[in-house]
Design a protein around this ligand. Structure first.
Ligand code: 3PG
Length: 311
C-alpha cells in the first residue's frame, strides 16, 4: 500500500527546525571536544604544524576508508572541480594552521574571542576586494566587533603577538575560504560531506611539505618522547581525539551548510564560539579579568547585530 502523507506546512517547518537544532548541537559539541583535546595536546607537545597536518591526515583517511567500504558515496569529480578547489584548500590550510599556531601560544578562549571578529574581515574583504557595499547598520555593527576584540586583546593577561596574529590571519584566510567555497560549491554535484573530504585531502597535500620545513621529523620525535614520558600512553589518545574531532566537527558544519543559509551558518558559528570560550575557561581555569570578559561580550554582541543587519 503506497500511502503518500503530506505533512502540513507547520509540521514541515518544525521538522526542519529540529533537524537544524540537531546539526547545531552536534557541531558545537564536537567543536568543544576538539578544542579541549587540541589544547591539551599543544600544551604537552607544542608542534602546531604537525598537529594541524595530523588532523587533515586523519580526516582524509576516515573518508578514504568510508569511500572504499561504501559507507559514503564516492564523489564524482572532474579536473574543473579540483581546479576550483585549489584556492579554497590554500585558504583552508592557512586558516587552520594559523588558528592552531595561535592556540599553541595563547588561551583557547583568547583565540576564539579574536576569531569572533571574522564578520568584520568578511565585510572589509567584500568591500575592498569584491567592491560589494552594505547598508549602514552593517558597517556600524563593525564598531562593537572591532572595539570588543581590541578591548579583549588589550586586557588579555597572557597576550602574545604570535597568538594574536595567528587568530587574525585565520580570520582573513577563512573569509577567503568562504568566498571561494561559495563559488566552488555552486551548482555542484558533490555533497557537503564529500566537498569537505576533498578539501581535507588537498589541504593535506599542501600543508605536509610546509610542516616538515617549519618543524621537521627530528623535533617531532624528540617532542613525542617528552610528551609520552610526561603524560603517559593517554597522550596518544589525546592526539587521536583532537584529529578525529577536528574532522567530525568540520564535516558536520559543511553538512549543515548544505541545509541552511550562510547567514544562519554564521550565527551558528558565533554561538559555537560562546560555548568554546566558556567551556575552555572552565576546563583550563583560564584567568579572566572582568574588563577582558566585557570586551569579549561586546564583540560577540556586535556579531549578532551584524547578523541581524545583514538580514
Ligand atoms: C582550526 O584549527 O582550523 C580552527 O580551530 C578552526 O576554527 P573554526 O572552525 O572555529 O573557525
Amino acid at each position: 500500500l503506497d500511502v503518500n502523507i503530506e505533512l502540513p506546512k507547520s509540521s514541515e517547518a518544525a521538522t526542519q527546525r529540529v533537524k537544524i537544532s540537531i546539526y547545531f548541537a552536534t557541531w558545537w559539541a564536537l567543536n568543544v571536544v576538539f578544542n579541549i583535546y587540541n589544547k591539551k595536546v599543544l600544551n604537552a607537545y607544542p608542534f602546531p604544524w604537525l598537529t594541524s597536518t595530523l588532523s587533515l591526515a586523519t580526516g582524509s583517511l576516515i573518508m578514504l576508508v568510508s569511500w572504499v567500504t561504501r559507507i559514503a558515496e564516492f564523489p564524482k569529480t572532474d579536473l574543473e572541480f579540483w581546479k576550483n578547489l585549489f584556492p579554497v584548500a590554500v585558504a583552508h590550510t592557512i586558516g587552520h594552521v594559523a588558528a592552531t599556531v595561535s592556540m599553541s601560544k595563547v588561551a583557547v578562549s583568547f583565540t576564539h574571542i579574536i576569531k569572533s571578529g571574522e564578520p568584520a574581515f568578511s565585510v572589509l574583504v567584500s568591500r575592498f576586494f569584491l567592491g560589494e557595499t552594505f547598508p549602514l547598520p552593517v558597517y556600524l555593527s563593525l564598531v562593537p566587533i572591532i572595539g570588543g576584540c581590541a578591548l579583549s586583546a588589550a586586557t588579555e593577561l597572557n597576550f602574545n603577538m604570535t597568538g594574536f596574529m595567528g587568530a587574525m590571519i585565520s580570520n582573513l584566510a577563512f573569509v577567503f575560504r568562504n568566498i571561494f567555497s561559495k563559488k566552488g560549491m555552486k551548482g555542484k554535484s558533490v555533497s557537503g560531506m564529500n566537498y569537505y573530504a576533498c578539501l581535507s585531502i588537498m589541504s593535506l597535500l599542501i600543508l605536509t611539505p610546509f610542516a616538515i620545513a617549519m618543524e621537521g621529523p627530528q623535533m617531532w620525535a624528540v617532542g613525542w618522547q617528552n610528551a609520552l614520558s610526561q603524560i603517559g600512553p593517554n597522550f596518544v589518545w589525546w592526539v587521536a581525539a583532537q584529529s578525529i574531532f577536528y574532522h567530525l566537527y568540520n564535516q558536520v558544519s559543511y553538512m549543515s551548510l548544505d541545509e541552511i543559509s550562510p547567514l544562519t551558518f554564521s550565527i551558528g558559528n558565533t554561538m559555537k564560539r560562546i560555548s568554546v570560550i566558556v567551556s575552555s575557561i572552565i576546563i583550563f581555569q583560564t584567568p579572566v579579568r572582568p574588563i577582558n570578559a566585557l570586551g569579549a561580550a561586546i564583540a560577540i554582541l556586535g556579531t549578532f547585530i551584524y547578523s541581524q543587519s545583514k538580514q
